[in-house]
Design a protein around this ligand. Structure first.
Ligand code: NAP
Length: 533
């Protein structure tokens, strides 16, 4: 027996929780399904030591309620995982969302019925849920991936993935730890593990750029001062490429003198800057390889200054073929400094690949490393992974997996032709992972709700983008990406971390304001590119 709703939302992270709130406010009968035992999404699953957001707390938070903004007290410039999860729970409490949230319910598939124009979802446990509107709030970075290592079944120690971290503390005291992966998760975890372990060996395939966070605790005074300017801060974020204020330099490198360039680089590296501000050092750094090299060389010189052992420093410096920012920039607190500790070392697994695992070691082609705890910080099947992990069948039984076989086809990153009344929040083809994702979530949910309201007012039962609209949006996405250096990097933005995944630049790169204007223009033009029944 299937339970019937106006809307079902899949996923209980920032996106799902806001979607649920807005749908309830609009009077819809709505249900949120979440696979985990709590809400929080990313911030529920990625609870490894050191996990914190590298978008500033005051930006990485909902803007829809001024009261919520004022009452919530962020403790630090970059909030730790536990605090962000507590915040999402607080939002569910404050807006009384819990009755419409169903935890421990993993969706296996969804099928559209051509006769009734309704979706039926099935859970792994075999339950069924029927709805008019189906919103996938499944997250862009939510399906973990790890390499299959020969001999894993023999390994006698603990094994953890950063995105499936246990809810009890992992004790590293006196342990020999092998950690694979040096993206944002690895970079945050390394300094924490090093504090107590006997030996930490980091297995790196590609060195990426990392910049100092300069995290600071808020005082009551500094937080109050920041909150007093909240409306202004949000307004600046809305007009910034990444949906957060990064004090972007509007000048290209060529428009500045050498002294000005150096001063700009130092400002962004040091305390007044920090974090993602380094991505906005020069207006042309993601489109001009020479300008990009100025930033990359500067950061490499800083890495060499921090890491005393020249062998380790060489390995930690990204190679010249990786543009700065081409792979998602890492933001750290003491990552490079940790390699100055005698018990912390780095191994280049491109030069000496990992071959196998024994009961208590990890073997590369050159050496064997004792291992009590093995950690995978090896990332995710991003943007399409979580959606394609479900069996989604649209009109006439069409399979989303087949429709996206050569890469995702969406209209505005929000819908896919042949999958009526199905919406993806921060899906492929939207600024999503290139933006302050909470800002992008609010933009998407508000847009979806305006469309749903319009349909309800006009008694329309079915909306779908046309195949032509999907194809032209995909072209626009790749044309925008081609104007930048992004496609030159083997990144998860390109699907390059997943064997066999089509190489397509997945997000929309032209920025949050351009994107918002595009989706608002479609709406103003009577939903051009959509067909209604
Ligand atoms: P990631 O950026 O994809 O990094 C995975 C790392 O594992 C890379 O160094 C990768 O090397 C390596 N790797 C993957 N497979 C491997 C293999 N078979 N052998 C050896 N090495 C392998 O994943 P992540 O660090 O979990 O971060 C993913 C994204 O989540 C981030 O980019 C960011 O958007 C988000 N995130 C955000 C925060 C934050 O806000 N603070 C924190 C964590 C994550 P290659 O580079 O060679 O592929």
């Amino acid at each position: 027996m299937s339970m019937r709703f106006d809307m079902v939302v899949v996923g209980g992270g920032f996106a799902g929780v806001y979607q649920l709130h807005r749908a309830r406010e609009a009077g819809l009968k709505v249900l949120l399904l979440e696979a985990g035992s709590d809400i929080g999404g990313t911030w529920f699953w990625n609870r490894y030591p050191g996990a914190r957001c590298d978008v500033e707390s005051l930006d990485y938070s909902y803007s829809f309620s001024r009261d919520l903004e004022i009452e919530w007290e962020w403790s630090e410039r970059y909030a730790p995982q536990e605090e962000i999860q507590r915040y999402i729970r607080h939002v569910a409490d404050r807006f009384a969302l819990w009755p419409d949230i169903r935890l421990r319910t993993r969706v296996q598939g969804a099928r559209f019925d051509d006769e009734t124009s309704l979706w039926t979802l099935t859970s792994v446990a075999g339950e069924a849920f029927t709805c008019r509107f189906l919103v996938m709030a499944t997250g862009g970075i939510s399906l973990p991936q790890a390499p299959q290592l020969a001999g894993m079944e023999r390994f006698a120690g603990e094994v953890h993935h950063t995105a499936q971290w246990p809810d009890h503390p992992v004790d590293f005291t006196g342990k020999r730890v092998c950690l694979i992966g040096t993206g944002s998760s690895g970079v945050q975890l390394v300094p924490e593990v090093a504090k107590t372990c006997a030996r930490l060996t980091v297995f790196q395939r590609t060195a990426n750029f990392s910049v100092p966070a300069h995290n600071v605790a808020y005082t009551p005074v500094s937080l109050a001062a920041a909150k007093a300017r909240y409306p202004e801060r949000r307004a600046m974020g809305r007009e910034a490429i990444t949906g957060q204020f990064l004090n972007a330099n509007t000048k290209t490198a060529a428009e500045m003198t050498e002294d000005e360039r150096q001063a700009e680089l130092e400002y962004r590296w040091k305390g007044a800057g920090g974090g993602f501000r380094m991505l906005r050092t020069f207006a042309d750094q993601m489109s001009n390889i020479e300008t990009n090299r100025l930033v990359a060389d500067f950061v490499r010189s800083k890495i060499r200054a921090k890491v005393k052992d020249p062998r380790k420093a060489d390995l930690l410096c990204p190679k010249p073929d990786l543009p700065f920012g081409g792979k998602r920039l890492c933001v750290d607190s003491n990552y490079y400094e940790t390699f100055n500790l005698d018990h912390v070392d780095i191994v280049d697994v491109k030069a000496t690949p990992i071959q196998s695992v024994t009961a208590n070691t990890l073997r590369t082609t050159e050496a064997e490393f004792p291992c009590d705890i093995l950690i995978f910080a090896t990332g995710f099947d991003a943007l399409t992974g979580a959606l394609l992990a479900m069996d989604i069948r649209g009109a006439k039984g069409a399979s989303l997996k087949e429709y996206w076989a050569d890469g995702p086809l969406t209209y505005l990153g929000l819908t896919a032709s042949g999958f009526p009344n199905l919406f993806t929040i921060t899906g492929p083809g939207s600024p999503s992972v290139l933006s302050n994702v909470v800002h992008s979530i609010e933009t998407h949910v508000d847009w979806i709700m305006r469309l749903v309201q319009t349909m309800r007012e006009r008694s329309w039962t079915r909306v779908s983008s046309t195949a032509q609209a999907d194809a032209s949006w995909a072209r626009r996405c790749s044309d925008e990406a081609a104007k930048t250096l992004y496609p030159t990097a083997s990144s998860w933005y390109m699907g390059a971390n997943i064997p066999g995944k089509p190489r397509v630049f997945l997000p929309f790169v032209a920025g949050v304001p351009v994107y918002r204007r595009a989706i608002e223009a479609v709406e103003a033009n009577g939903y051009e590119g959509f067909e209604f029944v």
